[in-house]
Design a protein around this ligand. Structure first.
Ligand SMILES: Nc1nc2c(ncn2[C@@H]2O[C@H](COP(=O)(O)OP(=O)(O)OP(=O)(O)O)[C@@H](O)[C@H]2O)c(=O)[nH]1
Ligand SMILES: [Mg+2]
Length: 277
């Protein structure tokens, strides 16, 4: 079954975002540091046109620090882009982002008198509303560890110069790249009810066995990595009590456990995509 999720409020948000662009001067694009490429939404480029964009590689505490630096350098080299990584400590993030916006904005907009608007955009559950709250220095937007917490645009007056707009996480209407879709599902960007947990767990197990076997061995106390997703999920089922009385494996329970471990960082900091060479 192809992975896909585009509920009605995203369709509506897409229309609203297009409408507010004429009054918008810059964008903050929040991505997941574990999947810096797959967590992009091509709608960003359509909305931004030639406006500056500060890319935030968020949840960097869950990603490989060296690869995050590679991605920061890669994105920062793109025209009209700056890139900053960010973890749970967002203390000085406001000054850093506003500094980058001033550096990237054309001169006519950098004057103190002109008020400007900046849109915070990104796929669901990457930390847009958390970032808005950190920039504002108080809890304004609702946040939560599940996708589609924010359902409508929310404007705040940040200071004398900037208005910030938080927006609902936006997926693409069709995910043509199903490998990227799997990475989105693994990180928790897609609503759990819109995916087949067992299937994502299975595909995730295959992906992690191929690319991060050592992390799996460490987490599940295995001397060497098993040869198949089936074997890995069986081992996980044993460790979390996911077996029936007759010894049958509860595959859904095992898959959920693997996904939770990955999402919460229990497999260790991990980046699932390399910078293109
Ligand atoms: N580990 C980690 N978690 C973070 C970070 N930033 C935000 N989160 C968590 O990520 C989850 C999602 O945060 P939100 O700010 O609600 O994400 P959002 O992008 O606004 O989500 P939607 O409104 O649903 O699109 C929350 O549980 C946050 O606490 C971070 O830097 N590191
Ligand atoms: Mg939100």
């Amino acid at each position: 079954m192809p992975i896909s999720w585009f509920p009605g409020h995203m369709h509506k948000t897409g229309k609203e975002l297009r409408k507010i662009m004429s009054a918008t001067h810059a964008l903050i694009e929040v991505r997941d540091a574990r999947i810096p490429s797959a967590s992009a939404n091509p709608l960003l480029d359509v909305l931004a046109e030639d406006r500056p964009v500060v890319i935030i590689l968020n949840k960097s505490d869950l990603a490989d620090p060296e690869l995050t630096r590679d991605w920061e350098r890669y994105f920062s080299a793109l025209p009209r882009r700056a890139c900053i990584s960010s973890g749970p400590d967002k203390q000085s993030i406001n000054e850093i982002i506003l500094g980058q916006l001033d550096r990237l904005l054309p001169e006519e907009f950098t004057g103190k008198q002109a008020r400007k608007q900046c849109l915070i955009f990104g796929v669901p559950n990457v930390g847009k509303s958390t970032l808005l709250n950190a920039m504002a220095g108080r809890k304004i937007a609702r946040t939560g560890n599940e996708p589609a917490v924010t359902r409508s645009l929310q404007r705040i007056r940040l200071n004398d110069r900037w208005t910030l707009v938080d927006s609902p996480g936006m997926m693409q209407p069709r995910l043509d790249d199903q490998q990227a879709a799997l990475l989105l599902a693994l990180t928790g960007t897609i609503r759990q009810t819109a995916i087949d947990v067992e299937e994502i767990g299975w595909l995730g197990a295959e992906f992690l066995l191929a690319h991060h076997p050592k992390s799996l061995c460490k987490r599940y106390n295995m001397r060497e990595a098993p040869n198949s997703a089936e074997e890995l999920l069986e081992i996980i089922a044993h460790s979390v009590g996911g077996l029936s009385k007759k010894g049958g494996v509860n595959w859904t329970r095992a898959a959920e456990s693997l996904l939770n471990d990955f999402r919460s960082g229990k497999l260790g900091p991990m980046t699932l995509e390399q910078v293109p060479r």
